[in-house]
Write a protein of this length. Structure first.
Length: 251
């Protein structure tokens, strides 16, 4: 058997209804290559291996789980990447879908790493701590709309699919979880540069209680800062408004 490691934030999914719902959501879009992040004891993996005609790989940091999975699911031999997801190279040539019950302690870092591969990753189905899932999917004006929302949404449409209660896991975490789906957008957001957009968004939300005028004054000429838009706070601006502002930043 295997042991649970608190140091790795391991909470293993056991609710078959939730597992089926995640796999159903995954299969709503076609794919031929699939990367599972953090398979753990294989709760999702066992169903993923039943999907016909796909090439599946899994990335797992825990050596004990790697050995367990290879014994229990021989189809995974040679398909397991024994590393942290944050340290791996791109696992496939060509497009691939990502799925996982993501380790909550590095879940936002995982999303940002996926952004590095955005041209090859059309769909992500992920389970997160509920508040992280809500932040990723939130809209302007929401209390949880912030850096994560504004940096992911230029590239992906994000749907909050469903809650996953603590009782669905062993051991039960102390927080509610949520599953989201990211689907790659077909039209690009129009900004001066990706770097300018990221600098603007991060600076704006770094002092989110201030008006935009006070939060980002170092990035704009004085005459531009007179625009009424700068009376607003960052959480009220859409990604399109942030993008348009990049063209008015000081070079």
């Amino acid at each position: 058997m295997y042991t649970l490691k608190k140091s790795l934030g391991q909470h293993f999914l056991k609710d078959e209804n939730i597992i089926k719902a995640i796999v159903k959501a995954l299969q709503q879009q076609p794919f031929t290559q699939l990367l599972e992040v953090g398979p753990g004891a294989g709760a999702l993996t066992k169903d993923l291996l039943q999907i016909p005609g796909i090439d599946i790989k899994a990335v797992e940091l825990d050596e004990e789980k790697v050995e367990y999975l290879q014994k229990k699911y021989p189809a995974l031999v040679g398909k397991l990447i024994h590393k942290s997801f944050l340290d791996i190279d791109k696992p496939f040539e060509g497009p691939f879908t990502v799925i996982g019950n993501f380790p909550y302690n590095i879940s936002t870092q995982i999303l940002f790493k996926i952004l590095d591969w955005k041209d090859e990753v059309p769909v992500v189905i992920g389970m997160f701590q509920k508040e992280v899932a809500q932040r990723a999917a939130s809209v302007p004006g929401s209390k949880v709309y912030g850096v994560l929302s504004a940096l992911l949404q230029p590239y992906y449409d994000i749907e909050y699919l469903f809650d996953v209660p603590p009782a669905s896991f062993t051991p039960a975490p102390k927080v509610m979880s949520g599953v989201i789906r990211l689907t790659r957008k077909t039209t690009a957001l129009d900004f001066k540069s990706e770097r300018a957009y990221w600098v603007l968004v991060k600076t704006a939300f770094n002092q989110r209680r201030k008006t935009m005028r006070n939060a980002v004054k170092s990035l704009f000429p004085a005459d531009v800062l007179q625009d009424d838009l700068f009376n607003r706070r960052a959480e009220t601006l859409s990604i399109e408004e942030f993008a348009a502002l990049t063209y008015r930043m000081q070079s």
